[in-house]
Design a protein around this ligand. Structure first.
Ligand code: GAL
Length: 672
């Protein structure tokens, strides 16, 4: 069954309204709601006093319409009676200031008292709902995040370090603590990197960021263990925040879960742009799918204008449906909209649901009702269909954390660099998996690993195996600069990858903002193309690689900027600069040709094409993100599942913000 649902807060509305809500939900085709992830004050109104009756009644009404339930554990928004117990329950922010009551996500993830209360509410809920036939799964907490710098975390960090290093001698050596006389003689002396301490030791800061990430992984595991024990038939998920969130190692956070759920707001917070760049949501979806190498749930799919204090741009007619299909096109096996009805009160009174404050169905509801009817017809054909890209991009949270500490260049952003490259692939309709550097790469032809700054032997071994087996690997500047302790390596760059790349970096030049160095391409297939180096220029010396492009300006004019190394059956391309959009556009054409990867379809700008595979049947998704009719030239025939019409090879028109979901005709051999 394809899950089509909505996030619902019955506790915000008079009980008399519930029957009408459930009726309208069923009419929209919803078969699931998420409930209760912020309802702690109603579930445990006073310490140790639990009340599930109101929720039971809400679930029963929904069950009357065959609507199933995912329950949220409510730990993201603890009630005042709990937080009033002690100031220590609140997290301390990077600026050293303690949070106070009044928002959400203000707890310290390592506070033992908070853990006790968490265990109790989660256990109570799990025991109460284990046998409820409507409940199918759990969402733990809500959007984990925010590092805590409090004294409890500091002590826990010291313990974490003791386990990691064993001795202070080892820690002092790895961190280079001799610098500025930071050598520790007692674990209790080790600080946390609050802003008031000034720019920290990079080794300490990276370890703290790892520890802060582990803190949420451990806190989540505590809840996972309870739910698995009490509710063995339910799935356990958490709602992640896409590619953009960079405070938790999402690969680690995903490991203990049955599935990754994702909160997706293509227009973002307070964003009033007329056009939304489709590659943004696409990259997040591909990242969410990559975390467990499996399809994911869109747990909060945008349902209206966003906004807290101010209101963001209204989704244009067709956009909500289009964005929901975009999630599906990238591997969502469930779409759950946030939220049902716009709340009349609270911080998010301007974050719109499908219904407005007044609760009367309007344009947005009708649009999703139409989609609900489509999903009823086609959901089974889509559900579980796999995505099998030939291209992967390696995402390293370790490197991302390290760049937060020392970006190396004021204009450098790891996320932007990554997006830049992804955008070029997306613009050509080349499907991409976002994977960890140590994941199995054997199914890919091309792997792009942007700025793998913190490089381990394990990363290098994995990448080398991929290349030796015939893969094309792309490495970019600032790779291999740091060891696992965030100290600069004692080798010529790119450090551990120098041999595989067949180049060493003789010098590097950080360019001032807005300045570039033109590149001169010297290899067949690229000669004569225009592109520029920017932000960072590695001046390369080939130790075996063939030069692809040279710098045209400055004292290093004529020196190599990009090089290609043949290694066994494989190839490694080192790109010694961040470069402009034209550079990546140019390189991507060349790289996919080198790796033998073909774009799914050439389509006009703003038209996105993806594919999913239902066993050996291909589903082609064509999404027109523009406000004008577009034409694509199909190289296949099949049925457009959305209207049942047949499509043939050749030109097909696609209405503004419309979608085609084409089930490809079965090939003859398959029929035999
Ligand atoms: C999400 C969050 C929701 C709601 C929404 C709109 O990030 O999970 O609870 O806050 O944003 O602000």
């Amino acid at each position: 069954m394809f899950t089509f649902g909505v996030d619902y807060y019955p506790e915000h509305w008079p009980e008399e309204r519930r029957a009408e809500d459930a009726r309208l939900m069923a009419e929209a085709g919803f078969n699931l709601v998420r409930l209760a992830e912020f309802a702690w004050s109603r579930l445990e109104p006073r310490e140790g006093v639990f009340d599930f009756e109101w929720l039971d009644r809400a679930i029963a009404i929904l069950a009357g319409h065959d609507i199933q339930v995912v329950l949220g554990t409510p730990t993201a928004s603890p009630p005042p009676w709990l937080m009033d117990r002690s100031a220590e329950l609140f997290l301390v922010r990077e600026d050293g200031r303690r949070a106070t009551f009044g928002n959400r996500r203000e707890y310290c993830p390592n506070n033992p008292v908070y853990h006790d209360y968490t265990r109790r509410i989660v256990t109570q809920m799990a025991e109460h709902y284990a046998g409820c036939p409507s409940v199918v799964g759990w969402q733990i907490d809500n959007e984990f995040g925010a590092r805590c710098f409090c004294p409890i975390c500091r002590t826990a960090f010291q313990e974490w370090l003791r386990r990691r290093y064993g001795s202070l001698d080892e820690l002092n050596t790895r961190w280079g603590a001799v610098f500025w006389s930071h050598e520790y003689t007692g674990w209790e002396q080790i600080p946390v990197p609050v802003e008031t301490g000034g720019s920290p030791n990079p080794g300490l800061a990276l370890d703290f960021y790892r520890f802060a990430s582990d803190s949420y992984v451990d806190y989540q595991r505590m809840q996972v263990d309870i739910l698995r024990e009490k509710c063995p038939d339910h799935f356990v998920a958490h709602n992640f925040m896409g590619f953009g969130y960079d405070r938790i190692d999402y690969f680690d956070l995903a490991r203990d879960l049955d599935l990754v759920a994702w909160d997706i707001y293509p227009r973002g917070f307070w964003d009033v742009r007329a056009e939304v760049e489709p590659s943004g949501a696409a990259l997040s979806a591909d990242t969410m799918r990559g975390l467990k190498h499996q399809n994911f749930w869109a747990m909060e799919q945008q349902a209206g204008p966003s906004g807290w204090e101010t209101v963001g741009g209204t989704p244009r007619p067709g956009e909500l449906r289009l964005w929901a299909y975009q999630s599906i096109a990238h591997g969502a096996d469930a779409v759950v909209f946030f939220r049902w009805r716009t709340c009349r009160f609270g911080t998010e009174a301007y974050w719109h649901g499908l219904l407005d404050h007044h609760g009367i169905p309007g344009r947005r509801y009708e649009e999703i009702r139409r989609m609900g009817a489509e999903i009823k017809r086609i959901g089974e054909q889509i559900h579980g269909a796999a995505i099998k890209p030939e291209v992967a991009m390696a995402l390293s949270y370790e490197s991302r954390f390290a760049f937060q500490i020392q970006p190396g260049h004021p204009q450098f952003s790891y996320a932007e660099h990554f997006r830049h490259i992804y955008r070029a692939l997306h613009g050509r309709n080349v499907p991409v998996d976002v994977v960890a550097p140590t994941d199995d790469l054997s199914s890919y032809s091309l792997v792009i690993a942007p700025a793998l700054h913190v490089l381990s032997e394990a990363d290098v071994g994995n990448l080398a195996r991929f290349v030796e087996a015939g893969g094309v690997l792309v490495v970019t500047s600032r790779t291999g600069v740091k060891d696992e302790h965030n100290a600069v390596v004692n080798q010529r760059l790119p450090g551990l990858l120098a041999e595989l790349c067949g180049v060493v970096v003789e010098e590097y030049d950080a360019l001032p903002e807005g300045e570039c160095n033109e590149l001169e391409f010297v290899c067949p297939g690229l000669a004569g193309r225009d592109a520029s180096a920017s932000i960072w220029c590695d001046v390369l010396n080939s130790t075996g690689a063939t030069v692809v492009a040279r710098y045209a300006q400055s004292y290093y004019a004529g020196e190599p900027a990009i090089a290609l190394n043949e290694v066994g059956a494989g190839r490694v391309v080192y790109v010694g600069t961040f470069g402009d959009a034209i550079l990546w556009s140019t390189l991507v054409d060349w790289l996919i040709a080198l790796a033998g990867v073909k774009p799914l379809l050439a389509a006009p700008e703003g038209v996105e094409v993806t594919e999913r595979w239902q066993r050996d049947r291909r589903l082609l998704f064509v999404l027109n993100h523009t406000a004008e009719e577009q034409e694509v030239v199909l190289d296949t025939a099949g049925v457009n599942l959305l209207d049942g019409g047949s499509v043939v090879e050749g030109a097909v028109a696609i209405a503004p913000r419309d979608v085609l979901v084409i089930l490809e005709e079965q090939q003859e051999e398959e029929i035999i």
